[in-house]
Write a protein that binds this ligand. Structure first.
Ligand code: PA5
Length: 451
């Protein structure tokens, strides 16, 4: 199970500071579990792992198997919560360079991601890589209207139709969207594409354990049953209403205690590149859930040890406004012993035979102590290993902590009104019908700002 180690959390906060938040966090937890007050909308993820396991994954696995048989390469089209969890789990559970591995070792088709930027170059380069492959599309958008995936899907769909014809393109496309409404739902119905529904009460960033994440991951041969089992383990373990026995509640309390002491940036640092995607998922989960009404911790991520050579200086000696959460995988995926090399007098000969993982582990301790001595509170989140089950536990641990933490801040952790502002502007600038006045206002502002 996920463990939270607070031995280096001070300076910055004392045990008394986070203990003072115990009544608040436990009240928030009870409200969430009872579906009361603030927790009424958007908490559908809470019992999703156990409910999905009870229901079974047969239809999802059937479609995943069909897609695996139909395609050498599957493109997952989506952005934000409709993509980041899948990217996180793929990187965590599968070897690096997954797409470059021989098909037998991969255990599934190549998996590509699109629709998370508006870069023409990125999409063009992807089309080049897809050339000559049997391609499947998995388009994921709850609203069915988000600009980035909508435009990428248009390009990829047209490309697929040109290459294999409309009937075959329909057979190779799976739509994951709202159960009843939206352009993608209509598209799936009209074209007879296979489809899955995203539950209405599960927001994008909490949706990795719905078909949003489960289907593409099953296509890639990730053990989604174990992923859900891990989340279900956490679902029951983290229902406990006691701070000392509930690391999710404790994490929510400690980070809020730190925030109230002026630590307004949380830097999540990971030591295994396979966790980079998880960190990106975490960043979006917390950023979109908490940053509102002029409040919220700013979530930043760092890949150590590489970023110790980029951000390390700032963390050690810069402004004292951040704390670190170090993500520790107790038994990473593989060991690699350092070889003996003669004639390389670089001072590392004594490490011959030692595992590189052991060095990485010590690097974590070395940073933790250095940063702590430099005045940076360090929390350590440990998972046992890099399995699907551990990842499921981590997903749930962070989701619950995020919801509770948002509540302690006094914001709604399930909405994202601020994201709409740029979207509205873009729709107007792109000339969407009915937004002409807004478009003119934006161009007038642009002109006036130039003086
Ligand atoms: O967490 C969220 O709600 C967002 O990040 C959405 O997932 C993201 O904006 C994509 O939205 P949609 O799935 O509607 O295309």
């Amino acid at each position: 199970m996920v463990a939270l180690d607070l031995r280096f959390a001070a300076p910055g906060v004392t045990e008394a500071d986070w203990r003072a938040l115990e009544p608040e966090v436990l009240t928030a937890q009870q409200q969430l579990f009872n579906g009361e007050g603030w927790a009424q909308g958007g908490s559908g993820w809470l019992h999703l792992p156990s409910a999905t396991l009870r229901q079974g994954l047969d239809s999802l696995c059937t479609v995943a198997d069909e897609l695996r048989a139909q395609a050498d390469a599957v493109v997952v089209v989506g952005v934000g919560g409709s993509s980041l969890g899948t990217q996180a789990a793929l990187a965590w559970c599968k070897p690096a360079y997954y797409n470059q591995l021989p098909a037998r070792e991969r255990g599934g088709p190549e998996l590509y991601f699109a629709g998370h930027s508006l870069s023409a170059a990125a999409l063009r380069d992807l089309l080049r890589v897809l050339q000559g492959k049997r391609v499947g599309l998995l388009v994921v958008s709850k609203s069915g209207a988000t600009t980035e995936p909508a435009l990428a899907f248009r390009v990829l769909w047209s490309w697929l139709v040109t290459h294999v014809g409309q009937a075959e393109a329909c057979r190779r496309t799976v739509v994951i969207t709202d159960a009843a409404t939206g352009a993608l739902r209509r598209f799936a119905t009209e074209h007879g594409c296979r489809s899955f529904a995203i539950p209405a009460d599960v927001g994008g960033r909490y949706s990795v354990l719905t078909p949003v994440g489960l289907l593409p991951l099953a296509v890639a041969g990730v053990d989604v049953q174990q992923l859900l089992q891990g989340a279900a383990d956490a679902e029951s373990a983290l229902a406990v209403p006691r701070l000392d026995d509930n690391p999710s509640c404790l994490y929510a309390a400690v980070r809020n205690a730190l925030y109230r002491k002026g630590k307004c940036i949380e830097l999540l640092a990971y030591y295994e590149p396979a966790a980079a995607g998880l960190a990106e998922w975490w960043k979006q989960l917390f950023g979109e859930s908490e940053g509102k009404e002029g409040k919220g911790l700013f979530p930043a991520v760092a890949g150590y040890t590489a970023d110790l050579h980029a951000l390390g200086q700032y963390v050690q000696e810069g402004r004292r406004l951040l704390f670190e959460t170090l993500l520790h995988i107790a038994s990473p995926r593989s060991g690699l012993a350092l070889p003996t090399v003669t004639g390389l007098s670089d001072g590392w000969d004594d490490l011959a035979g030692r595992s590189l993982g052991w060095v990485n582990e010590l690097a974590l301790l070395a940073t933790e102590v250095a940063h702590w001595e430099g005045g940076v509170p360090c929390l350590r989140v440990t998972v046992p290993d890099q399995s699907e089950r551990s990842l499921g536990q981590l997903f749930y641990f962070f989701e619950l902590a995020c919801a509770l933490s948002g509540r302690l801040l006094g914001v709604n952790p399930f909405d994202q009104p601020g994201v709409e502002a740029y979207k509205r502007n873009l729709y107007a600038l792109l000339g969407q019908r009915g937004r002409e006045a807004e478009r003119d206002r934006l161009w007038a502002m642009w002109a006036a700002a130039q003086g």
